[in-house]
Ligand binder design. Structure first.
Ligand code: 13P
Ligand code: SF4
Length: 302
């Protein structure tokens, strides 16, 4: 164990802290985490932890979600600048205008959004339960899906259900191009193509399997194939290779790198535990409204 890892473990114990890491984190950060997972899995872990402090190795909206679910705990984000560009593609003012244009629409909000946007929504979803959440709403009910047009479009076409889609997207996943997959498929014809639903529809159309990051990890473990072409943020390759040393994984493109996710390092995790920074706290009035939308999602995805 390296000196820094040892210090992190010591401090974690002393402070009764838990370290949660998203599947896109740097490999060394994933390795020191108590739990690595997708957005839904991490929310569940946050909701049930007995620790006093949650160190969230991910981006801002994830730490906010943990703080909303655990208002009495201290939630730390090791780099205060780790945001999500997609979450910033919708403002409260814009959402309120859109809601006025569609007064009867239910607002389904992808968790990749700020607490204020969640507070203005009817129900949240993640990439792993979006289909279930949308299906829980009566078919004749109009839906405004925010902020990811790719996830929303995927759910809409799979369920054959029109929805009003917000024009947001993940810049990282939109750098994954169909032409790269076609080239890789010609090199590795036996490989399964596995992609995240934040990808564009032409990329999704070429996939053997579409899933959340934990869903991707599960599929690669359980499927007999020995080779996989992976269409999501490249941080996940660490977990895939660690869990399946005998299998081969090819990133569709190294450009699928989320610089925000990669802002978290081991040093910053240690400083975070030492100095108790950066504390993420959602104001009570916003948190209580956002909690309703998140809890509805958790209750439905049990
Ligand atoms: P999931 O891990 O929930 O699939 O989310 C992907 C993502 O982009 C989070 O920012
Ligand atoms: Fe946001 Fe995309 Fe980065 Fe996820 S990968 S945090 S959606 S920019």
């Amino acid at each position: 164990m390296s000196a820094i890892t040892e210090k992190i473990h010591e401090l974690k114990k002393k402070r009764n802290a838990v370290i949660l890491a998203h599947n896109y984190q740097r490999g060394d950060v994933q390795d020191i985490a108590d739990f690595t997972g997708d957005s839904l899995g991490l929310s569940r872990q946050a909701a049930k932890t007995k620790a006093d402090i949650i160190v969230f190795c991910g981006v801002h909206f994830m730490a906010e979600t943990a703080s909303i679910l655990c208002p009495d705990k201290m939630v730390l984000l090791p780099d205060e600048h780790a945001g999500c560009p997609m979450a910033n593609m919708i403002t409260l003012r814009e959402l309120r205008i859109k809601k006025k244009e569609h007064p009867n629409a239910r607002v389904v909000c992808y968790v990749n959004s700020t607490a204020a946007i969640k507070a203005e929504s009817d129900i949240c979803c993640t990439s792993s339960n979006a289909m279930k959440i949308v299906s829980s709403i009566p078919r004749d009910q109009e839906i405004l899906f925010i902020p990811d047009k790719s996830l929303g479009g995927y759910v809409s076409s799979r369920l054959n259900r029109p929805m009003i889609l917000w024009e947001g997207y993940c810049p990282t996943h939109h750098r994954i191009l169909a032409e790269y997959i076609i080239k890789l498929k010609s090199e590795y014809p036996g490989a399964k193509v596995v992609v995240h639903p934040e990808c564009t529809p032409d990329v999704i159309a070429l996939a053997d399997h579409v899933a959340s990051t934990t869903g991707i990890a599960r599929y690669c473990k359980e499927t007999d194939a020995g080779e996989f072409i992976i269409g999501t943020e490249t941080g996940i390759l660490h977990r895939l290779r660690k869990e399946n040393p005998e299998k081969k994984f090819y990133a569709i493109t190294q450009l699928a790198d989320c610089s925000n996710m990669k802002l978290i390092s081991l040093e910053k995790v240690l400083w975070s535990l030492e100095d108790l920074v950066y504390q993420i706290k959602v104001p009570d009035d916003i948190a209580s409204k956002a909690r309703v939308a998140i809890q509805k999602m958790l209750d439905l995805s049990e």
